[in-house]
Design a protein around this ligand. Structure first.
Ligand SMILES: Nc1ncnc2c1ncn2[C@@H]1O[C@H](COP(=O)(O)OP(=O)(O)O)[C@@H](O)[C@H]1O
Ligand SMILES: [Mg+2]
Length: 218
């Protein structure tokens, strides 16, 4: 599902963010990507989401060689990947409903179909009563849950989440992790980047550990 072969990432300014990364994540796996701050977790997710090109190496996502993919083909591949960003990236001038619905609207789904899907996913994350609220009127935890709903609404093959529980209290963290596990059981491959050791010890999953841009455990 996700394969990296000898991948390097050097940003224009600064040192190497990733060095010689070779990993393989199978379909249906649930993986924690961990390591201290600055280890390269976010960068690795960005490469998987095609938000950044690698400096060197091969990346295969869903059978597609990303490094050789035409720019025009990238949106099609991205549709199979749900992303939960650390800073949510919700549209402030759109309601919760619209923020979640946008993904489906872009895919050309009918209004009726969109309504049903969005309602289902908002119910799943316990925010159906905030349907018409604007993101900035929500707590950090609620905004995070909306961003998770947006990532999951089109049932992506892959879910990438960057410190998804960073701003949540323990109860909500547990809810979100349960949701990820449920999604995973339904067949979505899940990669969660976190520096939270507690999270990793609580949930018994495969762990990939980065340190200074290199893999020390996989
Ligand atoms: N856009 C960028 N430009 C330059 N350097 C960056 C950029 N993003 C991240 N880095 C650097 O790459 C390294 C890895 O960062 P990051 O992937 O954010 O690590 P983590 O998510 O594990 O904290 C750090 O040294 C960071 O300063
Ligand atoms: Mg990070």
């Amino acid at each position: 599902m996700i394969q990296l072969f000898h991948v390097y990432k050097h940003y224009l300014k600064g040192n190497a963010a990733l060095e010689d990364i070779s990993i393989q994540v199978e379909k249906g796996e649930f993986v924690f990507l961990t390591g201290p701050s600055g280890a390269g977790k976010t960068t690795l997710l960005k490469l998987m989401f095609l938000a950044e090109p690698p400096t060197k190496g091969q990346i295969i996502i869903n059978g597609y060689n990303v490094t050789r993919l035409k720019k025009s083909a990238m949106p099609f591949l991205r549709r199979n990947i749900g992303v939960v960003f650390q800073d949510f990236k919700l549209l402030p001038d759109r309601t919760v409903f619209d923020n979640v619905a946008l993904t489906l609207a872009v895919l050309g789904m009918s209004r009726k179909g969109i309504k049903k899907k969005v309602w289902e996913i908002l119910k799943m994350i316990g925010l159906q009563h905030k349907l018409n609220a604007y993101p900035l009127r929500l707590s950090g935890g609620e905004q995070q849950r909306v961003s998770i709903a947006r990532a999951l609404v089109n049932e992506p093959a892959i879910l990438l989440a960057d410190e998804p529980t960073g701003n949540l209290d323990p109860d909500l963290t547990n809810d979100i992790m349960k949701l990820f596990e449920e999604i995973n059981i339904r067949g979505t491959t899940v990669v969660v980047a976190t520096h939270d050791k507690g999270l990793i010890t609580t949930y018994n999953k495969r762990i990939i550990t980065l340190e200074h841009g290199r893999i020390i455990e996989k």
